[in-house]
Design a binder for this molecule. Structure first.
Ligand code: SF4
Length: 357
């Protein structure tokens, strides 16, 4: 890592080092704002919904994330897969390893929050937004590191997570399970997601079209690491009808390997570039996801059904040992961090809604 150059301060925070020529304009048209050399933000539809008084995302229902105070962003524009179900186009950058300069965590956070708030400026005049929500939106309480690319590849990923926590901003980090060495670096994150897109090697190669030839072994290594993490962990299955809703035994083996605290079974969404590969019929209905989750639970008796969010077509399962305490006690999470002592996922799980204030 010694040869990597850290940009501090950012003199021009709108550069496109990880963006191929012509992509910047396309991304901005799609609502992205590029931040520095390799990061981006985009306002989540649920953030707008919440500000319009239409309710929060499934992570609000499941864990207490306040959608109108959520910063959706990435710290890397490239990815090591070309998943057919992804909304990104084929022109989106792909790479196995990091390239380009490295922006500092503080600058990424400052500029990302600025860009996020400036994208939300128009909401000031919306008659459906209450003054309270509009005031609260300025106070970011959660960072969803998942927008596009593989945020975990950012060489200072552990540092930026810690910097968010210092500001009492909780973190969810989603990865496609191709970078075990990066997972190893992360000492504390509020919840770590592994996205598992297929139950076996053949299907994963077909759906994810990974760059790494050892993609399966990398995923297995990530699962082994997931099992050893003390913080909250989640395996997310993106279910595509007539494509990967099969081989329950394969899913069960992978889930047992990763031993996550919670499992999300979520419908594939027919959006963006994925429409070139799939049809709207590939989106399973809520009933089909429910059925699939019931079949899965039969083979995973240590898990139980918790709840679902119909608009997002997602079901949440959790370990019985959590005793249905799937909400996140955010104040406690930060208090525990401040002690500097080791703590476990159960220590900041809660049965009741703990607003992320
Ligand atoms: S947690 Fe995810 S879905 Fe919910 S508001 Fe944030 S970015 Fe959107």
């Amino acid at each position: 890592m010694t040869s990597l150059k850290i940009i501090q301060p950012l003199e021009n925070h709108i550069k496109k080092k990880q963006i191929v020529k012509g992509q910047e304009k396309i991304l901005e048209k799609q609502g992205y704002r590029l931040v520095g050399n390799h990061s981006a933000v985009k306002i989540c539809g649920w953030t707008k919904n919440m500000l319009n008084g239409k309710g929060g995302c499934y992570k609000y229902t499941f864990y207490g994330i306040r959608s109108h105070q959520c910063l959706q962003m990435t710290t890397s524009m490239f990815c090591a897969s070309r998943c057919k179900f992804c909304w990104r186009g084929l022109k989106a950058p792909v790479s196995k390893s990091w390239y380009g300069p490295i922006d500092s965590p503080e600058h990424i956070i400052n500029h990302a929050i600025d860009a996020h708030l400036s994208l939300l400026t128009g909401f000031g005049g919306n008659p459906k937004s209450t003054q309270e929500l509009l005031e609260e939106k300025k106070d970011i309480r959660h960072a969803a590191l998942s927008l596009t690319g593989e945020p975990i590849t950012y060489p200072l990923i552990n540092e930026i997570i810690n910097a968010f926590h210092k500001r009492r901003i909780s973190t969810f980090l989603v990865t496609n399970a191709q970078y075990p060495e990066q997972i190893e670096k992360i000492n504390k994150v509020t919840q770590l997601y592994l996205s598992i897109d297929a139950p076996n090697k053949e299907l994963m190669e077909k759906i994810d079209r990974p760059l790494f030839s050892d993609f399966w072994e990398r995923m297995e290594k990530c699962l082994d690491l997931l099992k050893t993490r003390d913080y909250r962990t989640c395996i997310r299955l993106t279910l595509i009808k007539n494509e990967n809703m099969m081989d329950l035994k394969g899913y069960v083996d992978l889930i047992k390997k990763g031993d996550p605290d919670v499992i999300e079974l979520k419908s594939y969404m027919w959006v963006g570039a994925s429409q070139n590969y799939y049809k709207v019929e590939n989106m399973p209905h809520m009933e089909e996801i429910r059925e699939f989750s019931k079949e899965l639970i039969k083979l995973l008796p240590e898990y139980e059904y918790i709840r679902e969010h119909i608009p997002s077509r997602v079901v949440l399962l959790a370990k019985k040992s959590l005793k249905k305490k799937v909400w996140i006690n955010f104040p406690k999470f930060f208090r525990l961090l401040e002690t500097g002592k080791e703590f476990k996922a159960e220590d900041y799980c809660s049965r009741t809604i703990m607003p992320n204030k």
